[in-house]
Design a protein around this ligand. Structure first.
Ligand code: GLN
Length: 490
């Protein structure tokens, strides 16, 4: 194995474990030691329970000795975004309002990971309630980008991306409502996949915008992404929007050349506002596919590019204002002291413990849903959402995949955009429409800028085409192994 244990891929580790050359306890202790060495600077974790992780690792090693190994994730450390419930673990969504909350149950993805023998290791930092693109909206601490500690790791799953990039976990899960898996994956030089809406159960994911949210894998390679997706995907009766059909074999799909090979470059995703270095890198990806015999051509998605941002910020805030009403000072939460009555308690608690961005979203969402404005904003946005979805459907009659930059710029300096919400929101310009249309998309590392910052390329596919998406991503990284590069973090 070329890498140190904490920097290895899950698939390499699985073979080492199977061959008896390493134990889960050693792997787990390696990521724990790495987190102890670097997390003060990186800030990927909100909570770490090393003792508990080592106990899980020992149980995995025992299973292996008894010939009861549960599959490729058995004994592999996997860390979860703080919005995904794990029984008896703190779950704060990086919010002060959930400061003392401990989850009374496992999310479906958590349960599946436990059944697969994964070692659940720590709780990862995020923007409060997943609202943000830099992890600076965390109520606890900001996370740094392991490639340049002065820069943001992206968000809202910034802890999930930084922890994988820095070698503090082998795999992680994030959630993506408008880009929160793909954008931090791009900023941190790792792979991140947002599944088709309905492929992965949302049961136990704290809801932000329920019609957009999806949990997805974040990893160092496409193989690892496929292995993790395999475990978490599939029907769940606890999520009424869960897709009820057979899950394909994603890992096997990587062994074959992708069958559907027509790639579209949406012209509008390469326009003004796109950083030169990002453009160069993503155009090189298109060229690599061409050389590989893929058919690459220009396509157009005018509404997706133009209208995704306003539509997203109406629908996501509307849903958030409703979903976050449950944090009322009575259930779950900390409560404000000295309230006069129930209403006063509600206002005071929310006023004291929600951060500024969360309040901004609730106010926006309440506004767009209020009578007199509902038709002008919310209803209109739903109609345009349908237009965007149809636009993708049409383009997927012509091509099998779309290739775009994941983000308009590489990771920006910490503090740069936090005072300017619109410039922060603009970061997600290439990822938002994918959630509005419910489609799957993957961000893969495609090289660096001159100053050494990672750049991500996004591949988007039609609904439930994850196998082809992964296979295509795999072909690129097989020939251009940018995912083997690790940040210069001692
Ligand atoms: N950055 C976007 C937002 O702030 C998307 C966040 C997400 O995907 N959770 O809403």
């Amino acid at each position: 194995m070329a890498d140190e244990l904490h920097n290895a891929t899950a698939s390499d580790l699985a073979s080492e474990l199977a061959a008896g050359r390493v134990s889960s306890e050693e792997v787990t202790r390696a990521v724990i030691a790495r987190a102890e060495a670097v997390d003060e600077r990186v800030g990927a974790f909100l909570h770490r329970d090393a003792e508990n992780a080592v106990a899980q690792a020992r149980a995995s090693d025992l299973r292996r000795r008894n010939g009861e190994t549960r599959g490729p994730l058995d004994g592999i450390p996997v860390s979860l975004k703080d919005a995904i419930a794990t029984l008896d673990q703190p779950m704060r969504c990086a919010s002060r309002i959930l400061e003392n909350f401990v989850s009374p149950y496992d999310a479906t993805v958590t349960r599946r990971l436990k059944d697969a023998g994964a070692v659940l290791w720590g709780r990862l930092n995020m923007d409060e309630f997943a609202m943000g693109s830099s992890t600076e909206n965390s109520g606890y601490r900001a996370t740094a980008n392991p490639w340049d500690l002065e820069r943001v790791p992206g968000g809202s799953s910034g802890g999930s991306a930084a922890a994988v990039a820095a070698g503090e976990t082998i795999l992680s899960l994030g959630s993506d409502t408008g880009g929160s898996i793909r954008q931090p994956a791009a900023f941190c030089g790792i792979v991140g996949l947002k599944p088709t809406y309905g492929l992965v159960s949302r049961y136990g994911l704290a809801a932000f915008a329920s019609s957009l949210d999806q949990i997805g894998p974040m990893a160092r390679s496409v193989e690892d992404t496929a292995v993790l997706l395999q475990v978490i995907a599939g029907h769940d009766r606890y999520d009424s929007t869960s897709w009820n059909a057979e899950v394909p074999d994603y890992v096997r799909a990587l062994e074959e050349e992708p069958r559907r090979r027509r790639i579209g470059l949406p012209r509008e995703f390469f326009g003004k506002g796109l950083d030169g270095a990002v453009r160069t890198r993503v155009e090189a990806v298109a060229e690599a596919y061409r050389e590989n015999g893929f058919e690459v051509r220009e396509v157009s998605l005018p509404h997706a590019a133009e209208l995704a941002l306003p539509v997203y910020y109406i629908i996501a805030t509307a849903e958030a204002s409703s979903n976050l009403a449950r944090y009322d000072g009575i259930r779950y939460t900390r409560r404000s002291e000295g309230a006069r009555d129930g209403i006063d308690l509600y206002f005071k608690t929310r006023g004291e413990f929600f951060g500024a961005e969360v309040k901004r979203r609730i106010i926006l969402g309440t506004y767009v849903l209020s009578s007199g404005y509902y038709d002008a904003y919310y209803k209109r946005a739903q109609q345009v959402r349908t237009v965007i979805r149809r636009e993708f459907e049409r383009v997927f009659e012509e091509v099998d995949l779309l290739l775009t930059p994941t983000t308009p710029t590489p990771a920006f300096p910490r503090g740069d955009r936090i005072e300017d919400p619109l410039s922060m929101y603009l970061n997600d310009i290439y990822t938002l429409s994918v959630n509005l249309a419910g489609l799957p998309a993957i961000s893969v590392p495609c090289g660096h800028t001159e100053t050494g910052l990672p750049v991500g390329a996004q591949l988007i596919g039609p609904s439930f085409a994850e196998a082809n998406l992964l296979a295509a991503a795999h072909v690129y990284l097989r020939d251009h192994p940018h995912h083997h590069e690790r940040p210069p973090l001692a």
